[in-house]
Ligand binder design. Structure first.
Ligand SMILES: C[S@@+](CC[C@H](N)C(=O)[O-])C[C@H]1O[C@@H](n2cnc3c(N)ncnc32)[C@H](O)[C@@H]1O
Length: 314
């Protein structure tokens, strides 16, 4: 008999990580990963703690109950559970709130990814310090064994840390000095000395031409800009409008065989659109490239996480 239930694609349900996948993360030296993803939000394991990101109260209730069941089944109990509301407008973003666990524990903690250490801060604002959806890209960067890496929109410098762990020199650029200071702390957490690593608290769009003027070249460049921002002198950045300009500017700094990561959270720029943009820029700059889409992550359903593409110049 034909079901009268409407067809619901997979993403309309919250999917929970299988206990065996949690064990696999643990064995890989990774204590920062998603536990659940669904239409109303998601749950992350962050070291000893968990954080629920939710769109409304009903989703918070569903994910809280789901986390309790998942913890009982998987044998991993979070020391604390934080919750973060996901507003529609970015100016309504607030820090996570402690829902359960010891309020006297420090709000700064450390997580690991492939045994690399990253500091988190639940009091730093809306974002705790590590974008988990970039795990595959950090692993790819490591596999390239780069020598000189430019990390633009570096935030807490996770890509720079991975590159530095491979022995690369790095240049990290972000408007926020506070984020770069946290990046420096991430270097220290991994025992990396700062020699050979530069941190510019400045506008990427001003720094790139300066680096080009000095003849600086890189064999890996990370371009992971926000959807909107205001840069130096109130300059408006809008990713859909300006990404090609950024790719063209970055190509000036690219050594032959440079790997350029293009990444965005803007839902209008899917990997196919990114590839069209990148091909257009390559043609304009008379360069050829291989275009590599990042593989999927076991803890991120297809429509969750940033759109990313590697443009590997020849
Ligand atoms: C999406 S986050 C980057 C995440 C980072 N790639 C990572 O994986 O951790 C965007 C960052 O861009 C920075 N930013 C925004 N506009 C900027 C600009 N014009 N120049 C430099 N940094 C900028 C913000 O301060 C923020 O840290």
């Amino acid at each position: 008999m034909k079901s009268s239930l409407p067809h619901r694609p997979f993403i309309h349900f919250t999917s929970w990580l299988k206990p065996a996948q949690r064990t696999a993360f643990e064995l890989a030296g990774t204590t920062a990963h998603r536990i659940a993803s669904g239409p109303g939000g998601w749950v992350e394991r962050l070291g000893d703690d968990a954080m629920i990101s939710h769109k409304d109260d009903a989703s918070l209730d569903e994910l809280t109950l789901g986390l309790e069941n998942w913890a009982a089944e998987s044998g991993w109990q979070p020391a604390r559970v934080f919750a973060r509301f996901l507003p529609l407008k970015s100016d309504e973003r607030i820090s996570p709130i402690l829902r359960s666990g010891d309020a006297a524990l420090p709000l700064k903690t450390v997580v690991t990814e492939a045994s690399t250490r990253y500091g988190l801060d639940f009091a730093a604002g809306y974002s705790h310090g590590l974008f988990l959806d970039q795990r595959a890209n950090r692993a790819l960067l490591r596999s390239f064994q780069p020598k000189r890496v430019l990390n633009t929109f570096a935030y807490t410098c996770s890509f720079s840390v991975v590159a530095a762990m491979c022995g690369a020199e790095t240049v990290s650029v972000d408007l926020s000095k506070k984020s770069l200071d946290r990046g420096r702390e991430n270097f220290a957490l991994n025992g990396i000395a700062e020699a050979g690593h530069q941190f510019y608290a400045d506008d990427v769009l001003d720094i790139i031409p300066r680096l080009a003027k000095r003849g600086e070249k890189f064999d890996a460049i990370i371009l992971d800009p926000p959807t909107f921002s205001r840069g130096n002198k109130g300059r408006r950045w809008q990713v859909e409008q300006h990404f090609e300009e950024l790719i063209n500017a970055a190509m000036e700094l690219a050594m032959p065989k440079c790997a350029i990561l293009l990444s965005t959270n803007c839902t209008k720029l899917d990997p196919a659109t990114l590839e069209r943009n990148a091909r257009f820029c390559a043609k304009l700059n008379r360069r050829t490239a291989a275009y590599v889409r990042t593989g999927s992550l076991p803890d991120f359903p297809p429509t969750h996480g940033a759109s990313t593409l590697w443009m590997n110049l020849r």
